[in-house]
Design a protein around this ligand. Structure first.
Ligand SMILES: [Fe+2]
Length: 315
């Protein structure tokens, strides 16, 4: 039989005690957030008559999520990361900031420490028989259209199996394969010579896929390439583009696709002269427009736990 206890004095006092609200010590902001989130959970249990069996299934799920190290992946899959983007877009709009390349989610698979090259970096360090060559290049600009010098464009993407180096369960890739960083010169230009990625899929036995299965959802992304673009005089841009033609472009489990982030893929020849593994290659031209600092500061720097590795001398 369904009962309603959330509004009772006993439950409200329990919530305050559990969050140590107004307790005099602890972090006041943390207490405020925990009190609210716990309260929302308690209320949901009341409203939906969530059973003890269901609650304990959820608690056990959190254990599996932690064991699998997939909390950040689940955040992407449940749209939490997209929601943060929607909020940042709205904040930009509220202060009249527009004209930049749209942001989209970072995802959990960045690795800090890629070697920084001037203007151009060839980032396919490991053999990948299943992938053809891809050149990505463009210009980093400000909203005034002028090129930005000394910007650093960082790029990371999956291989032809949909696996990212450093996180590849097969162990087949070195730490910075398909990851790189390029510093722009006075012309603002950057270029990556790499291989065509394939879309990522959640680990099939992992906690994220388990939850998605329960929702009747898939855990796949279209082929895409991630970028950070940083420059001291502009706000950091976190974005990605999708590979045009991928059938999942508008069915991305992480909701990262945006209309402006699907550049044309152009077939070219002349790859041999560029040091690519075949003469025919794919070419993507993609310019980045950075937005100015807000009152002298970059409000786009997001602190989160990220992997890091050290580049070897030859990488
Ligand atoms: Fe990704």
């Amino acid at each position: 039989m369904s009962v309603t206890v959330f509004e009772t004095k006993e439950v409200q006092e329990l919530l305050k005690a559990a969050a140590n609200l107004n307790g005099g010590n602890g972090n006041a902001r943390f207490q405020q957030v925990v009190h609210r989130l716990l309260g929302d959970l308690f209320k949901a249990i009341d409203d939906l008559d969530i059973t003890p069996d269901e609650v304990w299934a959820g608690v056990n799920y959190l254990n599996k999520l932690g064991q699998d190290g997939e909390a950040a992946l689940l955040a992407a899959g449940l749209g939490l990361e997209k929601y943060l983007d929607i909020r940042m877009d709205a904040q930009d709009k509220a202060v009249g900031l527009d004209g930049g390349t749209p942001r989209t989610i970072e995802g959990p698979l960045y690795v800090a420490g890629a070697p920084v090259r001037d203007g151009l970096s060839k980032i396919d360090l490991d053999e990948d028989a299943g992938a053809g060559p891809l050149v990505i290049r463009g210009t980093v600009k400000g909203t005034d259209g002028k090129p930005v010098a000394n910007a650093v464009v960082e790029c990371w993407h999956a291989n032809s199996n949909g696996f990212y180096s450093h996180f590849d369960p097969t162990g087949a890739q070195t730490d910075f394969n398909l990851r790189g960083a390029v510093k722009t010169g006075a012309d603002g230009k950057y270029e990556f010579r790499t291989l065509m990625p394939v879309g990522y899929g959640c680990p099939p036995q992992g906690a994220t896929q388990q939850l998605l299965d329960g929702l009747g959802r898939h855990g796949n992304r279209p082929a895409h390439v991630h970028f950070f673009v940083t420059s001291g005089d502009h706000r950091k841009l976190t974005t990605q583009f999708n590979i045009e033609g991928d059938p999942l472009i508008w069915d991305d489990f992480a909701y990262a696709t945006r209309e402006e982030l699907i550049p044309h893929v152009v077939e070219k020849t002349g790859g041999a002269a560029l040091g690519l593994k075949t003469d025919a290659y794919k070419h993507i031209e993609f310019d980045f427009t950075l937005t100015p600092l807000l009152q002298g500061r970059d409000n786009q720097i997001v602190q989160r736990q990220r992997a890091a590795a050290e580049a070897t001398a030859t990488a």
